[in-house]
Ligand binder design. Structure first.
Ligand SMILES: [Ca+2]
Length: 318
């Protein structure tokens, strides 16, 4: 469903990439210096256009991680910067897209740019594809989280995509990759909509669970056919998620997701992993907002917006 995420995840996990980040930071600094020069020599509009196309994303490492945290976005309106997101969430793994993350009224608004899915090539996605980021958390065998999510008043549901926050177990696999190594999985949420490929049909959007676990039956993640009630625009939903690691190679792991207190999934027989190493533990939180799927019919011809607030997580067991 999201092969590019797979590529992104592999890039994020690559030590070479980590080294490259420092080089990229240096390049970015040069670009910034260059752009400041342009800014004072061009019209404001032109400078902004150049900046948007060049300052794609940022990345740098910080040492902070949080086992227990609440983020309310009580900040001045404007771009939600890398420094701010790391102050709130701790170390980001991979890039933070400042183009699509904006603080408005002490909430965060994430833009999904028009005509994109997660795998849209960079040259065809001048404003990026949304927001895709993970945060390191202290490893633990059980975590819970809650957050609020709202789809904009003009949101186009189209076919669906990934939204909200989730947990990454061990290697944290996503992106339709094999989990046969038994050393990682993930628990996320998608929104879906039963539109036809030409996007005709009646909107009936819903949340589904989306899991990569050792016993998954789909090449991409398992949803177990589970759907929430019909979603509405301009309405806050509170999502609760709890994940518990299985004991080595046993089907005794857990997943629980509730939407506004109503159970979407509650399983106590999940085998996320088969390993005895710390890859059986929860290691990261993901925060993703994008469309797809990879085919064009997952795209919207409009920029669309998803809002978040009151994000919190808590480690329940080492
Ligand atoms: Ca708030």
């Amino acid at each position: 469903m999201d092969q590019t995420l797979d590529e992104i995840s592999r890039n994020i996990s690559s030590p070479t990439n980590t080294l490259n980040k420092y080089a990229m930071n240096a390049k970015l600094s040069l670009w910034l210096f260059f752009l400041v020069g342009i800014f004072f020599n061009c019209t404001r509009n032109e400078a902004q256009n150049v900046a948007v196309n060049q300052i794609v994303t940022e990345s740098k490492a910080v040492n902070t991680t949080y086992a227990n945290r609440t983020v309310n976005f009580s900040r001045t309106d404007g771009t939600y910067t890398l420094d701010q997101v790391q102050a709130d969430f701790g170390n980001t793994v991979g890039n933070w897209d400042t183009r699509n993350n904006t603080i408005i009224n002490n909430e965060i608004r994430v833009r999904i740019p028009k005509n994109t899915v997660a795998s849209t090539p960079k040259e065809n996605a001048p404003d990026g594809v949304g927001s895709i980021c993970t945060f390191d958390i202290p490893k633990g065998s059980e975590y819970e989280m809650t957050y609020k999510i709202k789809f904009d008043n003009n949101y186009k549901w189209i076919r669906g995509g990934k939204c909200g926050l989730g947990f990454r177990i061990g290697k944290g696999y996503t992106g339709c990759v094999s989990v046969d190594g038994g050393d990682g999985g993930s628990a996320r949420v998608t929104w879906g909509n039963p539109n036809k490929k030409d996007n005709s049909g009646t909107d009936n959007p819903y949340f589904s669970p989306y899991m990569y676990h050792f016993d998954k039956t789909q090449d991409c993640g398992d949803s177990f056919g589970l759907k929430s009630i019909k979603l509405e625009r301009n309405k806050w939903y509170t999502v609760y998620m709890r994940v518990k690691s299985n004991t080595p190679n046993n089907k005794d792991g857990q997943i629980e997701i509730k939407i506004d207190g109503v159970t979407l999934i509650n399983k106590n027989d999940v085998r996320w992993t088969t390993v005895t190493t710390d890859d059986r533990l929860i290691k990261r939180i993901s925060w993703e907002t994008f469309r797809g799927g990879k085919e064009d019919y997952w795209q919207s011809s409009t920029d669309d917006y998803v809002y978040y607030d009151d994000i919190s997580w808590k480690k329940l067991a080492d």
